[in-house]
Design a protein around this ligand. Structure first.
Ligand code: ADP
Ligand code: TRP
Length: 329
């Protein structure tokens, strides 16, 4: 039987944080190691062009994101790991998809509305058509399953529509509709504003990066909002307990949940234990990341080039067929 195809990506806009990890990346590694899927994971550098990152920073962050994905356990022997812009068919297919996608559907996208508010001086066309490129990323490889966090579900839904619009317009069943795959933690919240999702764009104190040193993790957690600090308390505690559930021993987690119910919980203790648990959990990650980056970018670049070479023939085959279907060859 043909394996299910998994496609997903991460933007090189910053270091991976606990939201990326619990919402998506941890799942990628588990799906990869199950051996049940054909996996394509890429660094979405073209998507990152819709933001305000400087070119030098972007160039460096692409390599850092690659190193971090490898350090979490993405194995280039099992997963086709590549840089999106190395396979130019992504933009070729995105253009064709632009021409079947009603612009009104793009204006509805929550992320477009959010990002337009956050970067009001840079509401570029790419920001609007961003989900169309994402549809191309997925459908280029005939992805069936798209493991992502909650914030990306709307884009995967749009991808399903794009597949339908294309198939209807060109009287074909060439594209299958993919499904989003969520983890049991589809949305990790910010430490400082637990009503918002943990995101790099909120600022440093809001996120814990996988590469944060133990003392940084503790410092950030000490400032995290809990029930005793301000009106927005309970969701903050819930978020910290959720992190504890994933990074500490079950017994420790159960004890804190019980203490929270009894009203005997001490948030200082919770933060100390959580900081230690997260630090320990990512100790090997930090070592592997440092090693990959200390070795310079040559080895990383080679892995990514090999990945693009594996992705390209698949992408080319899809584009050949699409050209034929739409009548441009
Ligand atoms: P960000 O959303 O921080 O800019 P990316 O765009 O690189 O990060 O997202 C990579 C993956 O991580 C996506 O699948 C996204 O849905 C997921 N993700 C990002 N933030 C969170 C979060 N706070 N909770 C759960 N998943 C998240
Ligand atoms: N837009 C996604 C994000 O910000 C990244 C991404 C780009 C992606 N293309 C994709 C995710 C295709 C899944 C499938 O997180």
């Amino acid at each position: 039987m043909k394996k299910q195809i998994i496609v997903s990506g991460a933007q090189p806009t910053g270091n991976l944080h606990l939201g990326n990890y619990l919402g998506a990346v941890k799942n990628w590694v588990e799906l990869q190691n199950s051996g049940k899927y054909e996996m394509y994971i890429f660094i979405a550098d073209l998507h990152s062009l819709t933001g305000n990152q400087a070119p030098e920073k972007r160039r460096q962050q692409i390599m850092h994101t690659a190193a971090e994905l490898l350090a979490t356990g993405i194995d280039p022997k099992k997963t086709t790991l590549f840089i999106q812009s190395d396979v130019t068919e992504h933009t070729d297919l995105a253009w064709i998809f632009n021409c079947v996608t009603p612009v009104s559907e793009l204006y509805r996208m929550t992320q477009f509305k959010d990002k337009s508010e956050r970067q009001e001086k840079n509401i570029n066309t790419g920001l609007l058509t961003y989900p169309v490129l994402q549809a191309a990323d997925i459908l280029l490889y005939h992805g069936n399953t798209v493991p992502v966090g909650q914030d990306q579900v709307q884009h995967v839904e749009l991808t399903r529509d794009v597949a339908k619009w294309f198939n209807n317009k060109f009287s074909t069943d060439f594209f299958e509709e993919p499904k989003a795959l969520l983890t049991d933690v589809p949305k990790v919240m910010s430490l400082l504003e637990p009503s918002k999702k943990m995101s790099k764009s909120l600022g440093e104190g809001h996120v814990i990066e996988l590469s944060d040193e133990p003392e940084v993790i503790l410092k950030k957690l000490k400032r995290a909002v809990t029930a005793t600090e301000g009106g927005d308390g309970a969701p903050g505690v819930k978020n910290l307990l959720l992190l504890l559930q994933h990074f500490a021993d079950k017994k420790i987690y159960n004890d804190f949940v019980k203490a929270e119910k009894d009203g005997t919980i001490r948030y200082g203790d919770l933060k100390n234990v959580l900081a230690e648990s997260i630090s320990n959990y990512f100790a090997d990650f930090r070592k592997r990341r440092a090693k990959l980056l200390n070795d310079g970018f040559d080895e990383l670049a080679e892995i990514l080039i090999t990945g693009a070479e594996k992705a390209r023939p698949v992408a080319k085959e899809t584009m050949e067929k699409v050209r034929e279907l739409v009548g441009i060859r």
